[in-house]
Design a protein around this ligand. Structure first.
Ligand SMILES: *Cc1c(COP(=O)(O)O)cnc(C)c1O
Length: 478
């Protein structure tokens, strides 16, 4: 695509929007300007391609398409069928999966689809069989009551939140925690790594229906072959939520024991994190769970978003190109360079380094909470997010950690030299920030003191670091 085409496309779109509500057009333009200027180190964010973005802004948004390809509850879905089938085909080829369900609107939705597919397969289907009926509407009131109780009385074993697990893996504030009796496995306090013997022990004691692997803040690889063996040893369904690292699986950085697809019964993911697609979700599985997974809408999902499925097809086609594997490898090279740069400057990292796209800083050594560090970095043009560290004394709100990730900056083209410079900026800000105090003199977990002149100077250095790596270089909004 020529430089001209991308600029023309986005400029024209903004012009059309501006004619109706100029403040929305302005906000869209301002968002691009902000993203261009800041050093985006949020581990769960990325920059989708212009083709992916443009595939979302069109009349596919107007279409209802409940059902699956070729089996819709609405007429006139032939073009939606085309894009949904394309997205699923690309996903299956890319990940080597037997089945792909590309309708989930987000990662949380993908997990809900997976949980209910597993419950339907392992709890509901046997109950229907036992009652000798074909569907839930045919059960007696008493059998239905008993089945509902059974559905609500299942167990899940997942990674603990402070070890890097995700809220949707059975934690109380999320619906998964209200659905499942949950227990979690943590990491070894000495090494910060998953201790598979402890996971096996927890599985033997707890006998979960579902064993979940996957994380949003664990900086190492997970051995999915071992996790599957553990699941099999207790008859659990093994689910992997690869929301964060799907790009590394797609790019063949995680292979063999570290590729979840051949080992898990079911895999869920987002499409907008390291995979670099549109904001959305996806479920991959074998033929055994495929029919149940396809019932995601209307079981737990609202009508599919055909415009987003179109964008998923575009992004997945991009991820199948050879240069995506190169991109995935550079994500990890960059994360490792950033980790080494920080360690060299004395920053404490959870597990001491990284095997993937993210680095978890323990900022307690700087005398700061995660919240103070996050805000001080933000003042200095460095966008990160605070995150709990294992056994965090400051809890999930203030935290003691900062999570940083390289998928976004790698998309812009930054490399290992820039990562070392980034480590220097981060270390400078953190070492020059002091914890603040409350009006009564007690230490505050939120307030901090950072010289505004220094914050300004770092912001300038951060944007200078980015000047050689323009974001959406072919897009000129004029
Ligand atoms: C980001 C994430 C999700 C949720 O994704 P959304 O699209 O925000 O719903 C689920 N699981 C894990 C492991 C994640 O990192």
């Amino acid at each position: 695509m020529s430089l001209n085409a991308e600029s023309t496309a986005f400029r024209s779109a903004l012009e059309v929007i501006r004619a109706v509500e100029p403040r929305v057009a302005d906000a869209i333009g301002a968002e691009l300007a902000d993203q261009r200027e800041s050093l985006k180190l949020i581990a769960s964010e990325n920059y989708a391609s212009p083709a992916t973005l443009l595939a979302m802004g069109n009349w596919f948004s107007d279409k209802y398409a409940e059902g699956t390809v070729g089996r819709r509850f609405y007429a006139g879905c032939q073009n939606v069928d085309t894009v949904e089938a394309l997205a699923a085909e690309h996903a299956k080829e890319l990940f080597g999966a037997a089945h792909a369900y590309v309708q989930p609107h987000s990662g949380i939705d993908a997990n809900l689809v997976a949980f209910w597919a597993i419950l339907a397969d392992r709890v509901e289907s046997p109950a229907l069989k036992k009652a000798q009926v074909r569907q839930v509407n045919d059960l007696t009131e008493a059998d239905w009551f008993a089945l509902r109780r059974e559905l609500g009385n299942q167990r899940m074993l997942g990674m603990s939140l402070d070890a890097g697990g995700h809220l949707t893996h059975g934690f109380r504030p999320n619906i998964s925690g209200k659905m499942f009796d949950q227990r979690s496995y943590g990491t070894d306090p000495a090494t910060g790594l998953i201790d598979y013997d402890r996971v096996a022990e927890a599985a033997r004691e707890f006998k979960p229906l579902i064993l979940v692997a996957g994380y949003s803040a664990y900086p190492r690889k997970v051995n999915f072959r071992i996790m599957r063996e553990i699941a099999d040893s207790v008859g659990a369904t093994f689910m992997v939520d690869m929301a964060h690292f799907a790009g590394l699986v797609a790019g063949r950085v995680f292979t063999g024991d570290f590729d979840p697809v051949p080992h898990a019964h079911i895999v869920t993911t987002t499409t907008h994190k390291s995979l670099r697609g549109p904001r959305g979700g996806m479920v991959l599985c074998g033929p055994e769970l495929a029919d149940q997974v396809d019932r995601g809408c209307p079981m737990v999902l609202g009508g599919p978003l055909p415009h987003v499925m179109a964008a998923k097809a575009v992004a997945l086609a991009e991820a199948r190109r050879p240069d995506f594997a190169d991109y995935a490898q550079r994500i990890v090279d960059n994360a490792q360079a950033l980790a080494e740069g920080l360690v060299r400057r004395g920053t404490k990292l959870v597990t001491g380094g990284t095997d993937n796209h993210l680095v978890l800083l323990d900022v307690s050594g700087y005398g700061l909470t995660g919240r103070q560090a996050e805000q001080a970095l933000l003042d200095s043009g460095i966008v990160t997010n605070r995150n709990a560290v294992p056994q965090d004394p400051n809890g999930a709100w203030y935290t003691s950690g900062i999570r940083i990730g390289t998928p976004a900056l790698t998309t812009r083209g930054l490399g290992v030299a820039e990562m070392d410079a980034t480590a220097e900026l981060i270390h400078t800000v953190l070492s020059q920030t002091q914890a603040g105090s409350n009006p009564d003199g007690t230490p505050s977990k939120a307030k901090y003191v950072l010289d505004p002149a220094l914050a300004d100077k770092i912001s300038k250095q951060a944007s200078e670091l980015l000047t050689g790596f323009p974001l959406y270089p072919a897009v000129d909004l004029g």
